[in-house]
Design a protein around this ligand. Structure first.
Ligand code: MGP
Ligand code: SAH
Length: 304
């Protein structure tokens, strides 16, 4: 297939030749008729098709090619469950279930194309930039924020952008390497102290004004449960014990949790302290879609 590309030819060569060609091959050879018309509709305007579904105009822009690659990969029955895809900006190929997060990469990091580093877990767990900005604004007035589960730095970067001093912890050295790099892309690395380690083990050595908790929720499959139980479903420890540890580090805690979280449990958390902590619960949206819930406890709850 002849493709006219502007720049970045080498990187794309692999993508286009490998995946897109394979996709077209499958499209032509293996697709159900019903599925074929869906793909043709999707490709329309980018690639022109002859009546039989074979692409006739072989001109693709880089951006379109990437989108098509990702969307073809997502199509039911088109790629097997185990198929992985290498997409621009990713060091490793990613699983089809994670492609949807890549498609919305600019809502995760508006500066994605400036060299953001992210892995598969980072993609599905990074806090979208708009939400992270809002959470950071909510903690305004604090001096030091401890980001106990930093990941690739979505929250840590936005706290630092608000001029807060950040202690950024993650148990995975690769996440801290990526978070540091990403903070450099945003020009705020000098306001962040990066630590590789287990938050539970480090807690006795830490002090700050706010602890930000965005622990693993159990992967994207968390949504299969009708209600999210922080006692049994959160990793690496129960949501209550994690909260208690956080309160030994700072008087205020912000807790980032699934949109299906049991709200009664969030109010019960305020009672782990005596007198009970003031708290505030908010839903977090990206373009009118609720993505998650953040609960604020302590001083940061009463600021609004
Ligand atoms: P989602 O709920 O998995 O997908 O992630 P979404 O966007 O609701 O997909 P849709 O197809 O239903 O529209 C939504 C957001 O939740 C992500 O962008 C992350 O910010 C956050 N998130 C998701 N997971 C699985 C985790 C996690 O394990 N840990 C943390 N801290 N955040 C997560
Ligand atoms: N808020 C982050 C995403 C956090 S995802 C962002 O916006 O980018 C959860 C992270 O918790 C993962 O990167 C995982 O490596 C880390 N983690 C898991 N157990 C941990 C522990 N015991 N201590 C510190 N980090 C841990």
């Amino acid at each position: 297939m002849l493709l006219q590309m502007q720049g970045k030819k080498d990187r794309l060569k692999h993508l286009i030749k490998g995946t897109l060609l394979k996709s077209f091959g499958r499209l032509i050879g293996l697709c159900e008729v019903k599925q074929r018309s869906k793909v043709i509709k999707m490709f329309n305007g980018v690639v022109k098709f002859k009546k039989d579904g074979i692409p006739s105009k072989r001109v693709l822009q880089e951006r379109d090619a990437n989108r098509l690659l990702a969307e073809v990969h997502l199509m039911e029955g088109f790629c097997s469950e185990s198929d992985k895809i290498l997409l621009p900006g990713m060091a490793d190929a990613i699983h089809r279930d994670v492609v949807k997060y890549w498609l919305r990469r600019y809502s995760l990091f508006s500066r994605f194309d400036e060299g953001i580093k992210i892995d598969e877990e980072g993609l599905f767990s990074v806090t979208p930039e708009e939400i992270a900005k809002h959470q950071a604004a909510h903690c305004h007035g604090a001096c030091t924020v401890i980001d106990a589960f930093t990941g690739v730095g979505g929250n840590a970067i936005q706290f630092a952008c608000m001029n807060l001093h950040v202690i950024a912890i993650d148990i995975d050295p690769k996440k801290i390497e990526y978070a540091r790099h990403n903070a450099e892309v945003y020009g705020v690395a000098d306001r962040i102290d990066f630590i590789v380690g287990d938050f539970f083990q480090l807690a006795p050595t830490l002090k700050g004004d706010v602890v930000f908790l965005s622990p693993p929720w159990g992967g994207p499959e968390y949504i299969r449960a009708e209600k999210y139980d922080i006692e049994t479903m959160l990793r690496p420890a129960s949501g209550f014990s994690l909260f208690k540890v956080a309160l030994t580090v700072a008087p205020s805690v912000a807790y980032f949790l699934p949109r299906t979280v049991d709200l009664d449990q969030l109010s019960q958390l305020s009672w782990v302290s005596s007198p009970p902590l003031p708290y505030e619960i908010e839903r977090n949206y990206v373009r009118d879609e609720v993505k998650a819930v953040t609960a604020y406890y302590g001083k940061i709850a009463s600021q609004k």
